[in-house]
Ligand binder design. Structure first.
Ligand SMILES: Cc1ncc(COP(=O)(O)OP(=O)(O)O)c(N)n1
Ligand SMILES: Cc1ncsc1CCOP(=O)(O)O
Ligand SMILES: [Mg+2]
Length: 351
């Protein structure tokens, strides 16, 4: 006996509806990412990659699958998660949409196998292409923000660590390094996680001093390594090309070596002797001037810099500075951050 509308046909309709819904979902998510690549980043490579993936998805979205759509009968259209209602930053928005596209592609990979012999394989490949795009895009955003950052706060141990950092972020800080040379790892991990969250809430980069393992454990944006710390090539192997690696330098040989080894930025100093790095001789303003003439990557003058002498450092050629005490010991870190940035931006050409 042949049923008019067999069990097999019913199952096929359900599969078609799943495929139809997820093809839409993947394409919509990609479009949201594409708009940022196009209008936000003005990046044709990322924009074209999104477009190519959307076109590939469209190719699979046949009339047969569209015909199975039953929006009024779809119990899922009314459901939304509270997190969908709220995006705290472009980064959060992009991550949510990457997640959405990757999930949809996983569904298409599995159910697609029931529909067409090639569909499972194609969507598996596309899902991996999405992971690559996500990692490249995230890395690109990180490096762009590094280049746009002119004030760098390196923390010192403090009872008010989070409130001080938040106050500086409110003043416009976009780059933070967590530095604690004495705490236990359990404390370091706990503080680093909180600081990372705080930085990302304000759209700032979060770097860990000395420790590649901690940077990976808390998914930091990068690591800062001194001359006695892990070699850059090894750190790069562990962290990949998307994360930031900074290097301390005190003279031109160290600067040139750091650049050749692939550092993303360097510290230039100590400009002045400082109790924060007791016993380390000053490299002086001459080295700042040398960096201004010769350094091809972002560099931060560091060591003894405060609101009183920042203009001397700027006059020597610095466009970026890193500070510990000036902000960590400030009564009003927001105001100090604003003042230091206003001096640094004074010398910036109009964008
Ligand atoms: C931006 C920046 N520049 C230099 C340093 C110093 O690093 P290092 O020489 O490894 O000394 P410690 O900070 O580890 O004591 C830095 N941390 N940040
Ligand atoms: C970590 C470090 N590396 C070179 S100088 C320095 C400390 C700078 O601290 P401060 O801004 O308090 O002088
Ligand atoms: Mg170090």
């Amino acid at each position: 006996m042949v049923e008019p509308y067999s069990q097999t046909q019913q199952t096929q309709q359900v599969v078609y509806r799943i495929l139809d819904a997820n093809l839409d979902r993947a394409r919509e998510g990609l479009r949201i990412i594409e708009e940022w690549c196009r209008f936000g980043l003005n990046n044709s490579q990322f924009t074209n990659e999104c477009k190519r993936l959307r076109q590939e998805i469209a190719h699979w979205h046949t009339a047969e699958l569209r015909a199975a759509r039953d929006t009024p009968g779809d119990a899922g259209t009314e459901l939304s998660h509270p997190q969908e209602e709220q995006r705290t930053s472009i980064k959060a928005l992009l991550q949510a949409n990457f997640c959405r596209v990757q999930e949809a592609m996983r569904v298409l990979e599995e159910y697609g196998k029931l529909h067409h012999p090639q569909m499972g394989k194609t969507f598996k490949q596309m899902r991996y292409q999405m992971y690559t795009l996500e990692s490249n895009l995230l890395g690109h955003q990180r490096h762009q923000l590094l280049w746009r950052s002119h004030l760098y706060l390196v923390t010192s141990p403090s009872e008010n660590l989070l409130t001080t950092v938040e106050a500086a972020l409110k003043g416009g800080l976009t780059l933070l390094q967590y530095r604690d040379k004495t705490a236990d790892d359990t404390i370091r991990l706990e503080q680093a996680k909180k600081l990372r969250q705080l930085c990302h809430l304000y759209g700032a980069l979060f770097i860990i001093n000395d420790r590649v393992d901690l940077a990976l454990a808390v998914d930091a944006d990068g690591v800062h390594l001194g001359q006695q710390d892990m070699p850059i090539d090894l750190a790069r192997q562990l962290l990949g090309s998307q994360r930031i690696i900074g290097r301390s330098t005190t003279n031109l040989e160290e600067m040139q070596r750091a650049i050749a080894e692939g550092a993303d930025y360097i510290g230039v100093g100590p400009v002045y002797e400082t109790p924060t790095k007791a016993g380390k001789p000053a490299a002086g303003l001459e080295y700042v001037s040398y960096a201004a003439r010769n350094c091809s990557i972002p560099w931060f003058a560091i060591g003894g810099i405060d609101a009183n002498n920042i203009n001397d450092v700027i006059d020597a050629g610095a466009e970026r500075v890193a500070v510990v005490r000036s902000l960590m010991q400030a009564e009003q870190p927001t105001l100090v951050a604003q003042y230091l940035l206003s001096q640094l931006h004074r010398i910036q050409p109009e964008p």
